[in-house]
Every structure is written in structure tokens, then in C-alpha cells.
Design a binder for this molecule. Structure first.
Ligand code: ZN
Length: 409
């Protein structure tokens, strides 16, 4: 990407024109002098490229394209809805949007790979699309991309950090109205990823600390980030890399809106790709994010191991319970959840399956007995359990494995 540098003082002035916080997420003025573009400049992955991609995607039988609103300059905000054929009303809903900040082309490249992977007919895509609905809004700020703005829309507003500003921008308004509507459906959004890219030249998630969320929420974040990292070893930073919301919930971002309204029911995270010369591997990133989403929702198994590793004895293994969340207030309304565990050894093993609260206190015994080698499924229907996130623990003779379980009473 060709870029034009300018002194930090000038960058501050330029950025200061909008309602922008220069220290937000992707942009770090302390370590970077800032970037500026000449008037005719367009960032990589232009509006024309998006239009061409949209035209191509619209040919695919599993894609539905709609326009959920218009930008300040009346450009359409395209939304792709991707799922397998058939009734999708009970499929898990996943949201993705990109390009709030025009300069962050890498977010678009990751988004394009995500869509292409979902439409590839791969085993990963098949597993995900048969049980999930993916909704992808590839360009939230088309006016900014066309104008060559770094971070703002046509009116000079940073849409990322002005989610609660009044009056609100039409791009924010469109997204919020759409979220509000689908969150009332039988299958509301459960995972929402906001794709950006950062001058830090690292791939990472913007992790929200307990001070701005909850202990239970941070465990969900940590789990999701670990799942993504397991699928891209060495490619994505641990959750400790960028910790935000350390002094409460800032009501400025789309993630704030999800947290303030829906708490642990929606895992809303910003993902930052690398905005620098060594960027790339968008396909690997896309598959890591998709795999993490699938395993987080319990629709995919853990990351595939090599056949030799599979044949090895790993003691007792525990899958994510399904459905999850479950309970009368969950979208499925399921009163019970299925728990699958495996004895990967050659001999029978004593197993005790228990439910604990987040402080580790035992709440219930789900199953106890001798597990023969192989897979076993048990159904669990809570009695007298309060709404919340719990730890499901399978204790074998040689160790214990745990999963988080979300019960919506
Ligand atoms: Zn950004």
C-alpha cells in the first residue's frame, strides 16, 4: 500500500477535525506519525472492488444480498446473508462487519476470504452453513473509502467511536436498527465480529476487561480467542495483548451496545488484522475466525488433529454441549442440553461429570460411572439452577477437562 506520511502534529490537527479519539483501537499515534492521503487517493479494496465482489457473490445460490441503509452520500450498505438452503429460523446467527475505518483495507481482505470460504463448498463451510446463518456487511463506510479518508465518513465522523453520538450518522443508524430487529428474532446474533486492522502490525482481538463487562464475559472472550489462536498458531496474539475497558464500559462502540443490551448472550469483539507491509495470510485468518466461531457455538469439533495424534490416548475429552446456550429463554427454548465426551484410552475409565459455578462451587452431578473406550452422550436438564454461565467438568482418572455452558433460564 502506498502511503503518505506527515509529522505527528499535523496528523493530530487533521484527526482533531472529527469527533475522533486518536488512541482508539487500530490507530496508535504514539508509535506511528499518522497517515494522510491526497484527494484522489483510494485505499486498497475500493468501492468498485466491493461492487464487483457483490455482483459476483449475488450469483451464488446460498447468498442473499440486501441493502440495510444508505451512507451520507447515499451509497448502499450491502448485507450478505449466507446459509444452507432450507428453514434457517433456528440456525445460530453470526454477524460480521468491516471497513468502518477506510484506511484498514486488511479488514476487507479478511472479510472477502471469509465470504469466499463460506461459499467454497468446503467441509468447514458445509458444517457451518447447515447450522448457522452468517450475516456479513463488508463496507460500513463506503463514502470514506471513496474519498480516501483515513478513519471518518463523509461528514468527518469516526463511525467506530461515535456509536452513541447524537445526532447519529446514517451508517450507525442503519446498523443499530438492523441489530435491534434481529435481536428480537428466534435466532438472535450470538457472535458479532467487527473487522479492522492495526498499525501495531499484529493480529489481535480488542479484549474487554472485567471492569467493563463481567467475569463470565471475559471467560467467553478468552475461550473464543484461544479457539482462533489454536487455528492459526503463532498468527494471532493472546487476549492479554490488547486489553480495553479497564475502567468501565465506554458507551462509544458497537461492542458497547451489545454488552449494555445483551450482556453475555452476544460475544461482540473487534478483530484487528495487521495494517503494515508484512500483512497477508488472509485465508488462514478467515479460516481461524470461522473455525473459532463454529467451535464457540458448538457446531464444530475442536481443531483437527493429525491421524497419528488422534490415535493417541488423550484420556477423557469433552465436546461443547449442544445446544448452547440452552434453557427456556434461549432461542431454541431447549430445556436440556446434550453433552458428548470420549474416552480416548484403551481401557474403561471412571468418569464424573459435574457442573460448577464460576467460583468453582459444585452445583450438580450430571453423570458418574465407568466409561468404556469411545464416545458417550448424556442429556442434562438443570434443576433449580439460576440463569448464568457454568463450568462443565469431566473428571477422569488421569485428569479433568472443562467447557463453559450458558444456561438461559
Ligand atoms: Zn479500525
Amino acid at each position: 500500500m502506498i502511503s503518505f506520511r506527515m509529522p505527528a502534529a499535523v496528523a493530530l490537527l487533521v484527526l482533531g477535525m472529527g469527533a475522533v479519539s486518536a488512541q482508539d483501537k487500530c490507530f496508535d499515534l504514539d508509535s506511528e506519525p499518522g497517515w494522510i492521503s491526497p484527494p484522489a487517493w483510494q485505499w486498497d479494496y475500493t468501492w468498485q472492488e466491493l461492487e464487483s465482489d457483490v455482483a459476483q457473490w449475488s450469483e451464488h445460490p446460498l447468498v442473499d444480498i440486501s441493502v440495510i441503509g444508505r451512507s451520507v452520500q447515499q451509497r448502499p450498505l450491502y448485507l450478505l446473508t449466507i446459509t444452507a438452503s432450507g428453514d434457517a429460523s433456528s440456525r445460530r446467527r453470526v454477524w460480521l462487519h468491516a471497513r468502518t475505518h477506510p484506511i484498514e483495507s486488511e479488514g476487507s481482505f479478511v472479510m472477502r476470504e471469509i465470504v469466499d470460504e463460506l461459499l467454497s463448498g468446503s467441509p468447514l463451510a458445509d458444517s457451518l452453513l447447515s447450522r448457522c446463518v452468517f450475516q456479513a456487511l463488508p463496507m460500513l463506510n463506503p463514502d470514506g473509502v471513496v474519498a480516501g479518508n483515513a478513519r471518518t465518513n463523509a461528514r468527518g465522523v469516526d463511525l467506530e467511536s461515535n456509536w452513541y453520538a447524537s445526532p447519529s450518522e446514517p451508517e450507525v443508524e442503519a446498523l443499530r436498527a438492523y441489530f435491534t430487529r434481529v435481536m428480537q428474532e428466534t435466532n438472535p446474533i450470538e457472535v458479532a465480529l467487527n473487522l479492522h486492522s492495526s498499525y501495531r502490525c499484529k493480529r489481535y482481538f480488542v479484549y474487554h476487561a472485567t471492569a467493563g463487562t463481567s467475569e463470565a464475559y471475559t471467560r467467553l472472550e478468552q475461550r473464543f480467542i484461544a479457539l482462533a489462536r489454536a487455528r492459526f498458531p503463532g498468527g494471532i496474539e493472546p487476549y492479554t495483548y490488547f486489553v480495553s475497558w479497564t475502567a468501565g464500559t465506554p458507551s462509544r462502540y458497537p461492542e458497547s451496545w451489545f454488552w449494555l443490551n445483551f450482556k453475555e448472550a452476544v460475544l461482540a469483539l473487534t478483530y484487528e488484522d495487521m495494517n503494515c507491509e508484512t500483512h497477508g495470510e488472509y485465508d488462514k485468518t478467515a479460516r481461524a475466525l470461522l473455525g473459532a466461531i463454529g467451535e464457540y457455538l458448538g457446531v464444530l469439533g475442536p481443531v483437527t488433529r493429525t491421524p497419528s495424534a488422534l490415535a493417541r490416548d488423550h484420556g477423557i475429552q469433552l465436546d461443547q454441549n449442544f445446544p448452547n446456550p440452552f434453557g427456556p429463554s434461549s432461542f431454541s427454548g431447549a430445556q436440556e442440553t446434550r453433552i458428548i465426551f470420549r474416552n480416548t484410552g484403551r481401557k474403561p475409565e471412571q468418569v464424573r461429570m459435574t457442573v460448577h459455578d464460576l467460583l468453582g462451587r459444585k452445583m450438580a452431578v450430571v453423570w458418574e460411572g465407568t466409561a468404556a473406550p469411545g464416545t458417550r452422550t448424556v442429556a442434562y436438564r438443570p434443576r433449580g439452577l439460576a440463569r448464568g454461565v457454568y463450568i462443565l467438568k469431566a473428571q477422569g482418572e488421569r485428569g479433568a477437562v472443562t467447557r463453559l455452558m450458558n444456561y438461559l433460564k
